[in-house]
Design a binder for this molecule. Sequence first.
Ligand code: 5GP
Length: 185
Amino acid sequence: MKKGKLVVYTGYSGVGKGTIMKELLKRGDIRLSVSCTTRAPREGEIDGVNYYFVSKEKFEQMIAEDSFLEYAQYCDNYYGTPEEPINRMLDQGYNVFLEIEVQGGMQVMKKRPDCLSIFIIPPSFEELERRLRGRNTEDEETIQKRLCAVEEEKKYIDKYAHTVLNDDVSRAVEEIVSILEDNNE
Ligand code: 5GP
C-alpha cells in the first residue's frame, strides 16, 4: 500500500487551525496526530481525543525514553508528538497532520525532509486578536503570552513550503486539499 504524507500543520493561536482541521478530517484519508501536553484540559476537551494530558514527570520520562518525534515548550507547557502512532498511520496510507508550533515544526522538517509543511495565516492581526479573545477559553495573561508567541512564530513562516490564508474556512480547506493532491506522487 502507498504510504501517506506527513504534514506539519502550524498556525498562530486563534487562527482557526482547529476549525479547518475538523473539515479536513471529514475526508477520510486524513488523520490528526494526538499530542501529549502538560497543559490543563480546556472545557470540553477529552483525554486521548484532543490531547493526552500528562504530568510534567510523565512527559519528561517520555522524553528520556525517546518516545517523541518532536517536542517543544510553548507558553510554560510541554507539547509533543508520540512517534509510534504516526509511523503506523503513514504505513496504513493515511495523510497524517501534526498540528504543532514552529519549534516542533522545525524538528520534524529536519528529521523527515519529505514532509509537507503548511502555515495558516489570518487575514489580519487585529482579526487574530479578536478571534483569540472571542473564544473565551483563556485568561488575559495567557492571551498576552499567546500574542507574544505570534511575534516569535512570524519569524518561521518562510521555512514552510506553503502558507494558506484563513479568510474563509471552506476555501482554506480546498487549498489544503489541492496541496495534498499536488504532492501525491
Ligand atoms: P493549545 O494549547 O492551544 O492546544 O496549543 C498551543 C500550541 O501548541 C499550538 O500552536 C499547537 O499547534 C501547539 N502544539 C500542539 N501539540 C503540539 C505538539 O505535539 N508539539 C508541538 N511542538 N506543538 C504542539
